[in-house]
Design a protein around this ligand. Structure first.
Ligand code: SF4
Length: 439
């Protein structure tokens, strides 16, 4: 069996999982296993060093399929951690990032910082809303691969105070070198005009403004798409400081979308994701929006088509290898075959090159939950096109330097996070019985 390069190893680990040897001292050396948001961060954060780039990944360790994995992480006698392929005895050096000191602290209101936000790779992820409404028992329409309904309010705080979020974002930037903060939320009602203030974009707005003004850095928002009559909200979020939007439509095949994302199908439809992705890509420019899909459930040809579509509109594909998470409806499905996933990721690289999507322009954004487009550089032949694409990105990166330095600083914004001429007036609270107003 030939030795794998870092990109191939990443994919194999995502598909086969990792066993943990008794020699490991992960309680001392590793970040806590963080079961927040949709649940994908539940594995072991590790870094695979490489000549093109170091790859950050969250290796599955607790799902059933991991027990059969040929991969074992162990402490080496020479010091440091290794992943051993027990089929061939091949060993791979890996780094285990430590728990950041701020995980152990609380905010000034006494909330553990790790219950406000978590590092997923090198970026800060913060869930900014109540549990997704698709998990509401009356609705019973959650996505079949997701576990956010059992995480939010248990492993993380439900509704986060803006000041707490600012404190955590500041600590993550100053102590962990975070350059990108990502706000997400599950579905909040949007399909009736009177609910327009309850949408995820409205929920994210105060956090975006506060972090932009008080911390700085690049800010991303990932919530359910608004329907076209509300696309103005994306402009509003950009005015508040958002730099990036991502759209999780999960499956390109409409039948899979309908079966495995019943809430998204019933309340939004695939088209809402496509139109929002196209609108925001025009608004922000190429490579600043992502289309998020899951590979390993729908037929591979559909996933390849998704990648072609996403890159054709100027967005970049965020391709997550399906993980049968404990507690998800699809817990008992098999993890996908590494060969299939390698084909998907190589296709992703080619699509990025063909569509000239800017890549890795902002420093230090490593997302451990997915195979990043830049990780896929390890999978493609290093031909002229490969070299030209990387050289082009290096030039853009150098030219963007002053802009990046400016963005990393806090800046005041004029827009209001709670009021906008197109928002319906805020409902006044009902007067309490017996109060002057009630009389
Ligand atoms: S929209 Fe789907 S994936 Fe997102 S939180 Fe809700 S159930 Fe989970």
């Amino acid at each position: 069996m030939p030795r794998l390069n870092p990109g191939e190893l990443e994919i194999d680990l995502f598909c086969k999982g990792l066993r943990i040897d008794a020699s490991c001292r992960l309680d001392r050396d590793a970040r806590l296993f963080s079961r927040t948001r949709a649940g994908l961060g539940s594995g072991l954060e590790l870094v695979i060093p490489g000549d093109l780039k170091d790859i950050w990944m969250n290796a599955p360790v607790e799902e059933d399929f991991c027990a059969l994995s040929p991969y074992l992480v162990r402490w080496s006698e020479a010091g440091g951690y290794q992943v051993i392929d027990t089929r061939s005895d091949e060993d791979y050096e890996v780094h285990i990032p430590p728990t950041p000191a701020w995980y152990e602290r609380t905010t000034s209101t006494g909330v553990p910082m790790s219950k406000i936000g978590v590092l997923q790779g090198t970026y800060l992820g913060i869930y900014v809303s109540e549990a997704c409404m698709f998990w509401n028992p009356e609705e019973n329409a959650n996505c079949a691969f997701c576990t956010s309904g059992v995480n939010v309010g248990v492993n993380e705080v439900t509704r986060k105070r803006v000041d707490d979020v600012v404190e955590v974002a500041r600590a993550a930037k100053e102590e962990s070198g975070v350059t990108f903060t990502h706000f997400n939320a599950g579905y909040q009602w949007e399909d009736k005009p009177e609910h327009t203030r309850a949408h995820g974009l409205n929920r994210a707005a105060p956090y975006v403004k506060a972090v932009r003004e008080q911390v700085g850095g690049f800010l991303g928002v990932q919530v359910a798409p608004v329907l076209p009559h509300d696309h103005w909200k994306y402009d509003w979020l950009v005015d508040l400081g958002a730099d990036h939007f991502s759209f999780c439509y999960e499956f390109h095949n409409p039948d899979y979308f309908k079966s495995f994302c019943p809430g998204k199908f019933g309340h939004l439809g695939q088209d809402a994701f496509f139109r929002a992705m196209e609108y925001t890509t025009k608004l922000l420019g190429k490579g600043k929006v992502s289309g998020e899909i899951i590979a390993g459930i729908e037929p591979i040809e559909d996933t390849l088509e998704a990648i072609d579509y996403i890159t054709s509109v100027g967005a970049f594909p965020t391709v997550c290898i399906f993980r049968p998470l404990i507690g998800a409806d699809l817990e008992h499905l098999e993890s996908p075959a590494a060969e299939d996933m390698q084909r998907v990721m190589e296709h992703m690289w080619r699509a990025m090159v063909r569509n000239k999507i800017p890549l890795e322009i902002i420093p230090n954004i490593e997302v451990s939950l997915i195979v990043q487009p830049g990780d896929a550089a390890y999978l493609a032949p290093r031909d002229l096109g490969w070299r030209a694409f990387r050289a082009r990105n290096a030039i853009v990166r150098a030219l963007a330097g002053p802009y990046v330095a400016w963005k990393l600083k806090p800046h005041a914004v004029k827009a209001s996070a709670t009021d906008h001429p197109k928002l319906p007036p805020r409902r006044q609270p009902e007067p309490r019985p017996g109060s002057e107003a009630a009389a």
